[in-house]
Design a protein around this ligand. Structure first.
Ligand SMILES: [Zn+2]
Length: 246
């Protein structure tokens, strides 16, 4: 990967200065751009794309409408504000700023999914009864497990919501660091299938509770999630889907 993924170590950073490495036309009025570093989170791992703005020549020049990981590279998809005067060259320096309101909401929703997961771990269900498969932290957030709750009929929306509320009330610290796979295999409460091979492996730790592998952006204290409600626990075809909202 040619781009330093700054969002992985510094999720609260909103702005950056970066060098253009490659520019390709995407359509008549759209382009995609590769940079040497970025604070823009590329859509993936269930977290929506960041959006924002790029500036050069002292003024806003393009909207970043989407960021995607493609063949191991982070591409910024651009809509120039004045397509007929879009001038950006390889080697040129650009300033970028993400739509922070959107990103912060995504960070809170994504962290909320992990709190549901850590709460299920504390309740003794993850990973033995419920094996984590994936999560989605967009407009209808959920976490998905392989398994069945048939032998645990007592788990209700209220009990799980309450278990998450405790983690939030305890104001626990979330921290992350890059580690080799062996460290994750040793420290994590479980390893989910399909760990990304193009991203650095990152260990997320909820202080006093446990660690998991994670590549998204997170808030640094459970209190920032605010309040979370588990709205559905659906079981179907050997899978359990836990839906929630902030
Ligand atoms: Zn995650």
């Amino acid at each position: 990967m040619q781009t330093e993924p700054v969002y992985l170590s510094e999720p609260y950073l909103r702005r950056m200065s970066a060098k253009a490495l490659e520019i390709l036309p995407e359509s008549a009025k759209r382009f995609r751009l590769l940079l040497d570093n970025t604070v823009f989170y590329p859509m993936g791992g269930g977290q929506p794309t960041d959006q924002g703005i790029l500036r050069w020549d002292d003024s806003p020049q393009a909207k970043v409408y989407q960021v995607m990981m493609k063949e191991g590279e982070i591409w910024h998809y651009l809509e120039p504000l004045q397509p007929e005067r879009f001038l950006l060259e390889v080697g040129q320096q650009v300033e970028g700023e993400i739509d922070w309101e959107r990103r912060y909401q995504n960070m809170r929703v994504h962290t909320g999914g992990h709190l549901v997961d850590f709460a299920l771990f504390r309740l003794g269900l993850v990973p033995e009864i419920l094996k984590p498969l994936k999560g989605d932290h967009g407009k209808k957030p959920f976490v998905l497990y392989e398994g069945s709750l048939a032998s645990h009929p007592k788990l209700s929306l209220d009990i799980l919501t309450q278990a998450v509320a405790e983690l939030i009330k305890e104001e626990r610290k979330l921290s992350w660091e890059f580690v080799p796979l062996e460290v994750l295999q040793n420290d994590a409460i479980y390893l989910q299938p399909g760990l990304p091979i193009h991203k650095p492996l990152r260990k997320l730790t909820l202080d006093g509770v446990g660690s998991v592998a994670d590549g998204g952006t997170l808030v640094q204290n459970t209190a920032e999630v605010g309040s979370l409600t588990v709205i559905a626990i659906d079981e179907k075809n050997g899978q359990v889907k836990v839906s929630y909202q902030l």
